[in-house]
Write a protein that binds this ligand. Structure first.
Ligand SMILES: NC(=O)c1ccc[n+]([C@@H]2O[C@H](COP(=O)([O-])OP(=O)(O)OC[C@H]3O[C@@H](n4cnc5c(N)ncnc54)[C@H](OP(=O)(O)O)[C@@H]3O)[C@@H](O)[C@H]2O)c1
Length: 312
């Protein structure tokens, strides 16, 4: 196996003997049902084996169908695919966790999950309304449940063998540290926005010290322009190493020890985003020296997703 295929196939061990996670993952935050199916199939065909889903994305059924059809056609075993989904904010009450988990599993058509994440640390009004609002249009939060209460229900899912690993999303060190210290089963993964404009260095160091995998979303800056894909440092490295800006950004993420999620929506882009190879040390240093700082997704401060269309 040459160096470039090593980076594409890199797997990161998870704590608690929960196996390992392919570093390069495909995210399924895709509003359109038909595009969800084609993009998921294209990603599987391009070589992606890690799929990130969520109850909130409203398309677990389509992702499940695409994965089953794609895996059957290419004779890919369930054990060779890593599937994650996420508990939504309106299901934080402990008694709602297992039913929400089972409903996701059913929509995905799976018997177990590799990873289940608490989507955000914010609890919303419990119920089937995913976006509960008061008369003034403000989100109704649930102040009668703590993140630790929810976490204990997540731990039970691991105890019952339906889920190999559990983790958090959209947290900072202020939420992660106390939860990590109190948890009986430690979080295996923390999924947060991260890219050269938001390197989350302190969080990454804490994760590495404690055996938690940092899983970066928005590695291409959500594809926004102007933005990371047009950053002069990224463009000049891409020209120098003969790779595209997207491939440079994804390689940087994997080489710095994070796992990463990307959402290409065409077969050509799926192949492009999977075809990453190691950058030389001086290129990594140049990217690490970028001074621009920008958070794109406000979900971490409110629990309200920044990139899900209303009604999605
Ligand atoms: N935990 C959370 O709160 C949270 C929040 C956001 C996302 N996520 C997860 O992270 C995943 C990744 O989403 P993301 O938006 O962060 O992904 P991303 O890969 O950073 O951005 C996707 C955007 O980049 C464009 N793109 C993809 N490949 C490209 C390429 N090779 N060249 C140029 N443009 C390219 C896409 O354009 P086209 O549409 O034209 O292909 C799309 O607009 C999501 O699907 C979801 O699973 C989690």
């Amino acid at each position: 196996m040459d160096e470039s295929s090593d980076l594409r196939m890199k797997r990161i061990p998870l704590n608690h003997g929960a196996g390992n996670m392919p570093a390069l993952g495909f995210g399924t935050l895709i509003p359109d049902a038909a595009v969800t199916i084609t993009a998921t199939r294209d990603a599987l065909e391009a070589g992606f084996r890690h799929f990130d889903c969520a109850e909130r994305y409203g398309n677990e059924r389509e992702v499940g169908r695409a994965l089953q059809a794609g895996a059957a056609a290419a004779r890919i075993a369930r054990g060779d695919i890593f599937v994650t989904t996420k508990l939504w904010n309106s299901n934080h009450r402990p008694e709602r966790v297992e039913p929400a988990f089972e409903a996701s599993l059913d929509r995905l058509g799976l018997k177990y999950l590799d990873l289940y994440l608490v989507h955000t640390p914010f609890a919303f009004l419990p119920g089937d309304e995913q976006d509960p609002r008061d008369q003034n249009g403000n989100v109704i939060y649930d102040h009668d449940v703590t993140l630790l209460d929810t976490w204990k229900a997540m731990e039970s899912l691991v105890d019952h063998g339906k889920c190999r690993a559990i983790g958090l999303s959209d947290v900072g060190l202020n939420e992660l540290k106390p939860l990590y210290e109190s948890a009986r089963i430690k979080p295996s993964v923390v999924q947060v926005e991260s890219h050269p404009y938001l390197p989350e260095t302190e969080l990454l160091e804490y994760c590495k010290e404690n055996g938690v995998v940092l899983l970066a979303f928005a590695p291409l800056g959500h594809g926004m322009k102007p933005g990371l894909l047009e950053d002069p440092v990224i463009l000049s490295i891409a020209a120098r190493v003969g790779k595209t800006p997207a491939q440079v950004l994804l390689a940087w993420a994997v080489q710095r020890g994070t796992a990463v999620l990307t959402t290409p929506k065409s077969a050509a882009r799926a192949r492009e985003n999977f075809d990453i190879s190691p950058l030389p040390g001086d290129a990594l240093d140049e990217i690490n020296r970028i001074q621009t700082r920008q958070r794109l997704n406000p979900v971490v401060t409110t629990g309200i997703p920044g990139f899900i269309p209303k009604g999605g």
